[in-house]
Design a protein around this ligand. Structure first.
Ligand code: NAI
Ligand code: MG
Length: 356
């Protein structure tokens, strides 16, 4: 087994946590006997932009297309480059051009992480949010009529294609099928949004027929957000359209108190293009350069990437090492009320990995 990985640290704490993610990847390769060909890139950062006037080189697609995955840090340095320029010039290019139509985020309560929901223990909350990443509410169909006048009308259409809806549902059902609880929850709003959302519900039913072992239910998005907060133990795999999935994929990790430790994946499941793995957090300019960023989000991201590549055992071993390390207050960074530096927190995970 041999994987070609593009490594793009990006900006701010991305440059501090990505090397720690790389160290666990290398340790996993050593322990589990696979090979990594890591290709480090300085593009996709605001430093690169300062030098070249663009976020990516003209041949970025040729460079990245042959890789098996992209290991990404965070992009953004608003003091020098406006966020819409840095984001649209890098990350959003990757997501679109590589048809990464699945956005996947685990929601899991980890030890040592103060849970904002009272009375929850690690083990109580453990599910995935699956977000459709290419169509739906975030379409470019629409426009403004009579702009600037009292007759002004602004329209933006939701686009749901059978292809687009079915492929995200298939991914979500496959994921649910692979998990012990085999439970899929669909986010809908078919009472209010009376054309596209009933269609979504219909496709969920149709896809569900093909997965007789998967128990399925659906909630309107408003009450679903309430259940995320009140009954997070109810969920296993939650699938939503682009907008609903966007909301839920921030709310889920927030319910487990995890900005510095949550990972995410942008996936092209067919493997026609590389998938991209990144922590949920951004470049954190407020703490960048101090060596105090929590590296766990990037390390968990490494585990997600390995799982996607088929190195499931290695992935589980890394997540177990994170859980072990987080139990010790001395191994936690400041955001988790600890005193560890980025390097010390990462070392603790590496030690637990080696011991496990
Ligand atoms: P942010 O996630 O960078 O920071 C929010 C807060 O969380 C800050 O107080 C930060 O110090 C803290 N934080 C984040 N990650 C942490 C970690 N690993 N350890 C300890 N504390 C951590 O979000 P913000 O401030 O809204 O955005 C900063 C820049 O990052 C902007 O340029 C934004 O566009 C970009 N960004 C990029 C993302 C990406 O690359 N996918 C995602 C979110 C923001
Ligand atoms: Mg969001």
């Amino acid at each position: 087994r041999h994987y070609r990985i593009a490594v793009i640290p990006g900006d701010g704490i991305g440059k501090e946590v990505v090397p720690e993610g790389v160290r666990i990847l290398e340790a996993a390769a050593e322990t589990f006997g696979f090979r990594l060909d890591l290709q480090h890139h300085a593009f996709g950062s605001c430093d690169y932009y300062a030098e070249h006037g663009t976020m990516l080189p003209a041949n970025w697609k040729e460079l990245l297309t042959p890789t098996d995955a992209i290991f990404f840090g965070a992009v953004g340095w608003p003091a020098t480059v406006p966020d819409h320029v840095s984001l649209w010039g890098s990350l959003l290019q990757f997501r679109r051009e590589f048809d990464q139509y699945v956005n996947l985020r685990p929601v899991r309560l980890m030890p040592g992480v103060p849970c904002p929901l009272a009375g929850r223990e690690p083990g109580d909350i453990d599910f995935y949010v699956v977000r459709e990443n290419t169509e739906g509410e975030y379409s470019s169909v629409g426009g403004t009529m009579y702009p600037g006048t009292e007759r002004e009308i602004v329209i933006q259409e939701t686009v749901m294609s059978r292809h687009g809806v079915d492929r995200i549902l298939k991914f979500a059902f496959d994921l649910a099928q692979s998990r012990p609880k085999k439970h899929l929850t669909s986010a809908t709003k078919s009472n209010g949004i009376a054309i596209t959302m009933p269609y979504w519900d219909q496709r969920v039913e149709a896809m569900g027929e093909r997965y007789p072992e998967v128990r399925r239910d659906k909630y309107h998005i408003d009450i679903l957000t309430a259940h995320f907060v009140l009954n997070p133990d109810r969920f296993d795999v939650v699938v939503g359209s682009n907008l609903f999935g966007d909301i839920l994929s921030d709310l889920g990790p927030a319910c487990t108190g995890t900005i510095g430790i949550a990972p995410s994946a942008n996936i092209n499941p067919e493997g026609r293009f590389p998938s991209l793995f990144e922590p949920v957090h951004g470049s954190a300019p407020d703490i960048a350069g101090q060596g105090i960023a929590n590296p766990v989000g990037q390390i968990w991201t490494a585990a997600m990437m390995l799982e996607h590549l088929g190195e499931v055992e290695a992935a589980h071993a890394i997540v177990a090492a994170i859980e072990t390390a987080l139990r010790d207050p001395a191994s936690r960074t400041r955001d988790l009320k600890g005193t560890a530096t980025t390097r010390e927190a990462a070392e603790a995970v590496l030690r637990a990995f080696a011991a496990g």
